[in-house]
Design a protein around this ligand. Structure first.
Ligand SMILES: Cc1ncc(COP(=O)(O)O)c(C=O)c1O
Length: 435
């Protein structure tokens, strides 16, 4: 029998996200995953309320995705994309462009969400550089954003909750305005856009692009905002000659109730990033979509030479990931995903509402398959996480937020279990607060 104590070894040698290697926090060993359940090594089963950081929209061990991976593996798992090409990349690009807003006509296949944000920023910078407008090299965004952990992406994450303090002096200094507070068009007032309007007018000469997560800001605070804000931003970008990058990495592929969240506002970005659910959570892949206008701009070298986009990761357009992504999109389109997401939305809105009355709860909000309970104070992760696990649910709160973004295939009983467990755990915690 294999005597390797892998968990002990792992604990001593393998880093986890946002974690200390010297004082590692508790992790749970997963033996396998099936449907909406994570099966732990010790045999316990957890209903997954996180969809593995929001990407496993079809759940786990999905026959169609397994088959796509197995079939592609027989042909080739990977070949370089420099000087070579393959059918999975072409088919995936065709499917993506068919789903995205019409103006999107070109695709860059990147290897993770953060890298796609780097590529999107680089595309915007090269767009202006190629036209001899070197001074247009900054970005404008709203607070509470999250766009990834690489350096370019960190520079546009929220300046307070992001890593600006840790890396001060090392990140590009971009421009930030307050995020809108109106959640729906019904609550909209023009004052919501005033600061943004003033900033873009004042800095138009140095702005390459605006970057935003459309409608839902994810890891920067799980905030939801009015589509009207996006419509105004689009109009102001056009007026002031600034490109608009929409980061749909968390929102894309149905999570907010529309295929892409920009559809809530009926607008089209100049550059769009997708990732996470792109492969149904099977493996890492992201894409940057853009318009013929941006492509012409990037290649419009001022000297008439024609410039190239300066990016090319080793695993660009990995065939295995492309084949699984294609199967994942086809599976999504063949499923009643809109009904599923709206049923999840309706149920979460109804069931999480009861949390509003608990001590310590500041807000409850739901959009699509996203349910959020915000506390007044940050939650004690080390204490609260085992409480969820003991009750058979996998959730990973952060900051003041307890939230769920389950796989779309979750049934109403399992979803109720997640809602009830959130309520029970918060009741226990708030009894402790009240006591
Ligand atoms: C909106 C958004 N952009 C970018 C990223 C970064 O993606 P990745 O973790 O694949 O690098 C994330 C990840 O949470 C995200 O939510």
């Amino acid at each position: 029998m294999d005597s390797f104590r892998w968990q002990d070894f792992e604990r001593a040698h393998v880093w986890h996200p946002y974690a200390s290697m010297l004082a590692p926090s508790k992790v749970y060993a997963v033996a396998r995953a099936e449907g909406v359940r994570l099966i732990l090594k010790d045999g316990r089963e957890l209903i997954d309320g996180m969809a593995s950081w929001w990407c496993a929209i079809h759940g786990y061990n999905v026959p169609e995705l397994n088959a796509a991976a197995a079939a592609q593996m027989q042909r080739m798992s990977h070949v370089m994309f420099g000087g070579l090409t393959h059918e999975p990349a072409a088919r995936l690009a065709e499917r993506l462009l068919g789903l995205a807003p019409d103006a999107m006509q070109h695709v860059f296949l990147a290897d993770s969400g953060s890298v796609s944000v780097e590529v999107a920023i680089k595309m915007a910078l090269q767009y202006w550089l190629a036209q001899g407008r070197k001074g247009k090299n900054r970005l404008l965004t709203i607070r509470h954003g999250y766009h990834g952990d690489t350096f370019g992406a960190m520079g546009v994450c929220d300046p307070d909750t992001g890593m600006h303090h840790l890396f001060s002096g090392m990140l590009t200094e971009h421009l930030f305005v307050d995020a809108p507070t109106a959640r729906s068009d019904a609550e909209w007032q023009d004052s919501q856009i005033t600061e943004f309007k003033e900033k873009i007018e004042a800095h138009r000469g140095e702005l390459a692009a605006v970057i935003l997560e459309p409608i839902v800001q994810g890891a920067g605070g799980m905030r939801m905002y009015a589509p009207e804000f996006l419509r105004r931003v689009r109009a102001l970008c056009d007026e002031h000659d600034v490109l608009l990058i929409l980061d749909e990495i968390a929102t894309g592929f149905g999570r907010t109730g529309r295929m892409f969240a920009c559809e809530h506002a009926g607008i089209t970005p100049d550059i769009m990033c997708v990732g996470k659910a792109l492969t149904g959570g099977y493996m890492t892949l992201a894409a940057v979509l853009t318009t013929p206008e941006v492509v012409r701009g990037v290649h419009a070298d001022a000297n008439g030479q024609g410039s190239v986009l300066m990016h090319g990761p080793t695993f660009m357009a990995n065939p295995l990931a492309c084949a699984v992504a294609l199967a994942s999109i086809d599976l999504l389109l063949a499923s009643p995903w809109q009904q599923r997401v709206s049923a999840i939305e309706e149920q979460l809105a109804r069931e999480l509402e009861s949390c509003r009355g608990l001590a310590g709860v500041a807000d409850v909000r739901v959009l699509g398959a996203i349910g959020v309970v915000e506390m007044h104070q940050p939650v004690d992760m080390a204490r609260i996480q085992p409480m969820f696990v003991e009750r058979g649910v996998w959730l990973r709160p952060f900051g003041k937020l307890i939230y769920t973004m389950p796989p779309f295939i979750i049934d109403s009983n399992d979803l109720s279990h997640i809602s009830n467990v959130i309520y029970d755990v918060l009741s226990d915690v708030s009894t402790a607060i009240a006591g």
